[in-house]
Design a binder for this molecule. Structure first.
Ligand code: ADP
Ligand code: MG
Length: 420
């Protein structure tokens, strides 16, 4: 038995150690799709790990080459897609071909089968919330094909062998999915901590000087208004409204900063999400009409959350406002807001979709960072505040976007059953 287990342990060690290394250099993440370069790197990484596995097959079984090279193929195809999967498979096939031997085509066939199964189940796998369970389905179906190919080509090798090999194969595969999922979560938490740190620094700085600036602004504003009422100077009469406008704008920016600084000022209540959404839409509708953007609101069911109404409204309005501003004025457009229960129990999902200019991948990465804006009159604080507020509500926010097509913002919030 030990002659079976030894090479398998080597295989398992290779796969896991390379996966941890891959994660170290290119952290796994669910949020952004992999770009071409990352896909290539993941493809090569998995090919390398498959190749190392092939160096340590179970040698004692006649001319066969049993090893775990299909696991990297399956995992990289499921998570990365057809391109890295194909890189890995092609390299494996070439290496297997050069090793040669009686069963060379069997070895090639089971590797290609792994790619096929990976591709077939990828979409559903990525969407499923119970990845390990789904991984079990994937591996079972793969086994069907694998065992069929084996039995129709290779002579029977002893029941002990099959039990040990397939059991170890399955466990390694599931354990690998489990580890990848854990790593994705850990990476995300790490990113979030960094982000929250940055926010609190900005917040503290803002709080320190915001008050100091506000007082003189109020005084200046008062005097300008006072002089303006009495004056006969045409110049002053003409420019006073402008000065007042700009002062108001400055004041608003400071208020924004203060919201970042003190999001803990929650006045908590049971709030009706439908009502907050309706209110927010009504408040912002005039701005939409002015920019030729229609706003549609679709509400499925009643939901209550325990939170601060004002803050939820502000977070939602920031998102909707960005959507409206993303639409090109002369063309007009729409914002579609939808609310329904989340897949996870006790949550709601609000999606805000626009058909505006969209964002590139680089822009998507920067959204929510302090001062990041592409607008001439923007502050680059809106999404930062939104993110912070949603975070404080124990919710999640996610941006998806495509240039010239539009943006979809998904907000997930925890609900309470009912206020009564
Ligand atoms: P501001 O609106 O003041 O620019 P935000 O933090 O609200 O600041 O947004 C930052 C940037 O993110 C915007 O300048 C814009 O480039 C981009 N952005 C945000 N929402 C959208 C959207 N729905 N469509 C396209 N770009 C967006
Ligand atoms: Mg904004």
């Amino acid at each position: 038995m030990i002659y079976l287990i030894k090479p398998l342990i080597v295989n398992i060690t290779i796969i896991f150690s390379l996966m941890f290394n891959a994660n170290l250099f290119f952290p796994f993440s669910k949020r952004k799709p992999l770009n071409f370069k990352q896909q290539t790197i993941f493809g090569l990484f998995s090919a390398f790990s498959a190749k190392l596995c092939m160096l340590y097959p179970i040698e004692t079984l006649e001319d066969t080459n049993f090893d775990f090279r299909m696991i990297p193929i399956l995992v990289v195809t499921l998570y990365g897609g057809w391109y890295p999967g194909l890189i890995c498979t092609v390299i494996v096939v070439i290496i297997r071909y050069t090793i040669g031997g009686e069963y060379v085509y069997v070895g090639i066939a089971v590797s290609i089968l792994a790619l096929g199964i990976g591709l077939l189940f990828r979409t559903v796998f990525l969407k499923s919330t119970k990845k390990m369970l789904y991984g079990l389905v994937v591996i079972s179906i793969y086994y069907l094909g694998y065992i069929f190919i084996l039995f129709s080509t290779v002579s029977f090798l002893g029941i002990n062998f099959y039990i040990v090999y397939f059991l170890a194969f399955g466990i390694t595969f599931i354990a690998l999915i489990y580890t990848v999922e854990r790593l994705i979560i850990a990476n995300q938490q790490f990113d979030e901590t960094l982000y929250m740190d940055k926010l609190s620094t900005v917040g503290q700085m803002a709080a320190a000087f915001a008050h100091e600036i506000r007082n003189p602004i109020t005084t200046v504003r008062g005097f300008i208004q006072y002089i303006n009422n009495d004056t006969k100077d045409e110049n002053l009469k003409q420019f006073a409204p402008l000065i007042l406008d700009e002062l108001d704008r400055t004041n608003k920016i400071i208020t924004n900063y203060l919201t970042v600084a003190r999001p803990t000022d929650f006045s908590l209540n049971y709030i009706d999400v439908n009502k907050v959404l309706q209110d927010s839409v009504e408040l912002i509708r005039p701005f939409g009409s002015y920019r030729n953007v229609s706003i549609e609101l679709e509400l499925e069911g009643d939901h209550f959350i325990y939170s601060d109404e004002h803050h939820l409204k502000q977070a939602l309005m920031n998102i909707i406002k960005n959507g409206i501003e993303a639409v090109e004025e002369d063309q007009g457009g729409y914002i579609k807001i939808h609310k329904q229960s989340g897949e996870e129990k006790g949550t709601i999902v609000i999606t805000i979709v626009d058909n505006g200019i969209g964002m590139t991948e680089e822009q998507l990465e920067k959204i929510g960072l302090p001062y990041y804006t592409t607008k001439t009159k923007g502050t680059g604080l809106g999404s930062m505040i939104t993110n912070r507020l949603i975070h404080e509500m124990k919710g999640k926010i996610q941006y998806e976007s495509r240039v010239h097509t539009g943006t979809k913002v998904t907000v997930t919030l925890p609900t309470v059953r009912n206020k009564s």
